[in-house]
Design a protein around this ligand. Structure first.
Ligand code: WTA
Length: 653
């Protein structure tokens, strides 16, 4: 029996408790039913909970594959996330409760956030940033990162956040792809007791970034041993955040933005070597972010909400920044690693702040499981009431552990499926409604139409198929920055003559109850510890090394990370394989892309298995990497290649 069949025999079902239901925002099927019948009316109602400067004329204009939402309407995202909370009872409410890895702590109220966002917006203006300009943000997990995003939104600048774990090369490519004018960074950040030298990495990247005029540098290390010497400042180009802040006015008039103006670009991996700049706009994105945060997490004013994602990923955008702040929530933000200084750090944080809603990734849950329940049991987690999971399929064992050890069999688990491109959660339980099953993301969010199709676009009622979204939704991507054709080709060309069908790149199964079980990517995109990495990106990084002639990269199952990277490499003449070359190649990839892309296995081979037309047979490489019996090899140009590879791989293991 294969994994999929095992998964689909999962019959355990967990309805919400009567107590939970009684207090939940949504406790019956009416929201799903009404939104199903009239999705535009549902989204319009959610959009109306935001503060608009000018009301929209049309809810949705859909000319497949182009959607516009709330056309004619104007608003400002920073006003919705900050200003509108300071006029009422939320003025002195904690907006962000922050904890640094070394143990420094600080709480920002909505009023504090308001002041800081205004100052930061004026700093950007002082550096010449105006509406429509691009600003790169390369930061540790500190509150200034959120402030920087909101400051961009306030003046209508487009931010592109680059994960702090990415290499200088990755930062450079992203800055150049969208032509950023300003970079906001920090001298450094903390991770597992080490300092991440962000400013030094940025300096390296900026050697080849002609569009950058200024760099704004937050001093993170002020609380520790650091001083201004940790970062070298380039006169005229670089400015300390804390100094410039003293020189600008305290209030910044928010820019009136069209609902369809771009809010941000976020790069994500696809099937080519070049990451895609996913473009999100203002009104629709914020509507999706705010509505899903409220309903999926059953978010209330008294909640203490903690999403553990880094702001460098879409989850950090939608569920650490925009969604919760639009709802006026209290959010926890933590800078560092879950096992620093010890493996109970997350539970210590949950206990200290009384976290009620906790949202993390399966890869983290599997690590907690491995570390063991005693680290959890040291702490009082009785305030928790909703648990979330995102980023990759959660296996039923990890789901059950989350349910029992963290949730004490009391907290509904919401397994949320979505993507950088979708902007907000698409398939998910609602905690007061859905009877969850371990491993299933269950059913589409109200107002979302998702289904399973075969390659001919026939609907699959029960069984496996390709996931498809059949109607537009407010927070959908609008294009790929600078490459609109790729937008059409990647997402709306899977089914011939059907530009109305969005293809996310995932396969899924539907069970007899109509529940969806996401199986993972069906393209050449890997999901390593919840991070999306293109096989081609890793291959390009490998062939960039002088010793490598050709490389093929595949994913293999991994207990903790979900998938691990296995690379098959042929060497150029004059180079010989060795353990040290293997280590060097692994480091080379880490240097080119970032540590998250470092391959687990590298196998040297005289040849790679190819079809007669010269295409690398990745399917066979995956079989080898996973130690499976080899599939059909008859189409290979030289079947002996793969047999010898398999022997070598097994010898290496
Ligand atoms: C995968 C992260 C199964 C999926 C928000 C998707 C999931 C990709 C789930 C997007 C889930 C995300 N169950 N798989 N609950 N959530 N995925 O863009 O393959 O970093 O296409 O967005 O992660 O990754 P991205």
């Amino acid at each position: 029996m294969n994994d999929i069949d095992v998964l689909l025999q999962e019959t355990r079902s967990f309805p919400p408790s009567a107590e939970f239901k009684a207090k939940a925002h949504v406790h019956d099927s009416r929201l799903h039913d009404d939104a199903g019948m009239a999705p535009h009316a549902f989204w319009a109602r959610e959009a109306a909970t935001l503060d608009w400067m000018k009301p929209w004329e049309t809810v949705c204009e859909w000319t497949p594959p182009r959607a516009k939402w709330f056309t004619g309407g104007t608003l400002n995202v920073s006003v919705n996330c900050v200003d509108r909370h300071i006029h009422g009872p939320r003025r002195n409410k904690a907006a962000l409760i922050w904890e640094g890895e070394p143990g420094d702590r600080r709480t920002w109220t909505y009023w504090d956030l308001y002041r800081e966002v205004n100052l930061a917006a004026n700093m950007l203006k002082r550096l010449g940033v105006t509406k429509g300009d691009r600003v790169a943000i390369y930061m540790p997990m500190i509150v200034e990162s959120v402030i920087a995003m909101l400051a961009c939104a306030r003046i209508g600048a487009i931010h592109t956040v680059v994960f702090g774990g990415f290499s200088p090369d990755s930062l450079r490519d992203r800055i150049n792809d969208c032509g950023c004018k300003v970079l906001i960074t920090a001298d450094g950040g903390y991770r597992r007791g080490q300092t991440v030298p962000l400013k030094r990495n940025a300096d390296e990247a900026l050697k080849e970034c002609p569009t950058i005029e200024h760099v704004l540098v937050v001093m993170r290390r002020r609380s520790g041993v650091g001083d201004e010497t940790f970062a070298e400042m380039q006169e005229g180009r670089d400015h300390w955040w804390h100094r410039l802040k003293r020189q600008v006015p305290k209030y910044c008039e928010p820019e009136e933005m069209d609902a369809e103006d771009v809010l941000f670009i976020l790069y994500t991996s696809g099937t080519t070597g070049k990451p895609k700049g996913i473009v999100h706009t203002t009104g629709g994105y914020l509507t999706g972010a705010a509505a899903t945060t409220k309903y999926v997490f059953d978010l209330k004013d008294e909640d203490v909400y903690w999403c553990t994602a880094d702001i460098g990923w879409i989850t950090g955008h939608t569920y650490l920044t925009y969604g919760p702040l639009a709802n006026g929530a209290t959010c926890v933000m933590y800078e560092g690693a879950p096992d620093w200084p010890d493996k109970d750090r997350f539970w210590q944080i949950c206990e200290r702040y009384g976290v009620t809603v906790f949202y993390t990734a399966p890869t983290a849950i599997r690590a907690f499981m491995k570390w063991g329940a005693p680290f959890v049991e040291k702490h009082d987690l009785s305030q928790l009431r909703v648990l979330g999971s995102v980023g990759e399929p959660i296996n039923p064992e990890a789901w059950m552990w989350y349910h029992k050890v963290i949730g004490k069999e009391r907290c509904p688990i919401v397994d949320t499926w979505w993507q950088t491109e979708t902007g907000s959660i698409m398939i998910t339980p609602l905690p007061g409604v859905t009877s969850t099953k371990p491993g299933s993301a269950t059913t589409p969010f109200p107002g979302i139409k998702a289904t399973l199709l075969d390659s001919q676009a026939n609907e699959i009622a029960v069984g496996g198929g390709l996931l498809a979204i059949t109607h537009p939704w407010p927070s959908m991507l609008r294009t790929i920055w600078g490459d609109d054709q790729r937008y059409v080709d990647t997402y709306f060309s899977k089914w011939e003559g059907r530009p109305d069908l969005y293809f996310p790149g995932d396969g899924a199964k539907r069970d007899d109850d109509g529940f969806l079980w996401i199986l993972g990517r069906v393209d050449d995109v890997l999901n390593v510890a919840g991070h999306r990495i293109g096989t081609m990106e890793v291959e390009s990084a490998l062939v960039d090394h002088p010793a490598v002639a050709e490389a093929a990269v595949v994913g293999k199952s991994h207990d903790l990370k979900g998938q691990a990277i296995a690379a098959f490499v042929t060497l150029r003449a004059g180079f010989t394989q060795s353990g040290s070359l293997r280590d060097e190649l692994r480091e080379h990839v880490a240097l080119k892309i970032g540590a998250l892309a470092r391959p687990d296995d590298i196998l040297f081979s005289a040849d790679l298995p190819k079809t007669r037309s010269g295409k690398i047979m990745r399917r066979l490489l995956r079989d080898i990497a996973e130690g499976r019996a080899l599939g059909d090899t008859t189409t290979l140009a030289d079947p002996s290649v793969v047999a010898s590879l398999k022997d070598q791989y097994e010898a290496q293991e």
